[in-house]
Write a protein that binds this ligand. Structure first.
Ligand SMILES: [Zn+2]
Ligand SMILES: [Zn+2]
Length: 181
C-alpha cells in the first residue's frame, strides 16, 4: 500500500508546479503578449489588462466565463502530461491546482470571513492570501506573478527569475512591454 504521507507530498508538489506555471503564464501575459495579437488578444491579453485596470471586474463574471480559458489550457497540458508520463499523484495535484487557480485568484480579491477554513488555508499560504496577491497589484506589477500559493513568489522574486527572463528576451531583441498598454 502507498504511504499516505508520500501521496500527500506528491500532491503538494503537483500543486506547486501548478503555482509555478500560473506564475509563468501570468508573467507572459503581463510582459510579453500584447493587445492586438492574432488569435489570443481577446481571450487572454485583454482580460489580463482589464484585470490590472479594474481588479474586481472579473468577480462579476460567471464561473464558466472567468475559468473557460484557463480550464482549456489546463486540460491541454494535463492530457499532454498524461500521454507523456502517465498517471501520477504529482499530475493529479497539478491538475487540481490548475483547475482551482482562477477561483483562488477570485478569493484573493474577495472578502473571506476571518474565521473560515479557507481563511486558515490563506494564512498558511497553500492558497494565496489577499495581502500577498495585492502585492502584485500595488507594486509595479513586476513580481508576485504566481497566483495559487504564497510560497513560491518570495523565492522566485528574490532569485529575480522574471527579470532574468526579461533580460534574456532583450538579449535576443524583444522588448518586454512592462505590462502597460
Ligand atoms: Zn499581472
Ligand atoms: Zn488579481
Amino acid at each position: 500500500m502507498m504511504d499516505p504521507f508520500s501521496i500527500a507530498a506528491q500532491l503538494l508538489l503537483g500543486w506547486l508546479i501548478a503555482d509555478l506555471l500560473s506564475g509563468f503564464f501570468h508573467w507572459l501575459e503581463d510582459r510579453v503578449l500584447w493587445i492586438g495579437m492574432p488569435l489570443i488578444s481577446r481571450a487572454i491579453v485583454e482580460p489580463n489588462r482589464l484585470h490590472h485596470r479594474d481588479p474586481d471586474a472579473f468577480l462579476a463574471q460567471s464561473l464558466f466565463a472567468r475559468n473557460s480559458t484557463t480550464w482549456t489550457a489546463v486540460a491541454a497540458i494535463a492530457l499532454l502530461w498524461l500521454w507523456l508520463a502517465g498517471f501520477g499523484w504529482v499530475w493529479l495535484g497539478a491538475l487540481a491546482g490548475g483547475l482551482a487557480v482562477t477561483e483562488v485568484h477570485v478569493r484573493a480579491h474577495r472578502r473571506v470571513p476571518r474565521s473560515s477554513i479557507y481563511r486558515a488555508l490563506m494564512d498558511i499560504g497553500i492558497v494565496q492570501s489577499t495581502p500577498h496577491h495585492w502585492g502584485h497589484h500595488t507594486a509595479a506589477m513586476d513580481g508576485r506573478y504566481c497566483v495559487l500559493t504564497g510560497w513560491l513568489n518570495p523565492i522566485l522574486d528574490r532569485a529575480r527569475l522574471w527579470t532574468r527572463l526579461e533580460r534574456a528576451l532583450e538579449a535576443i531583441g524583444f522588448t518586454p512591454n512592462r505590462g502597460a498598454a
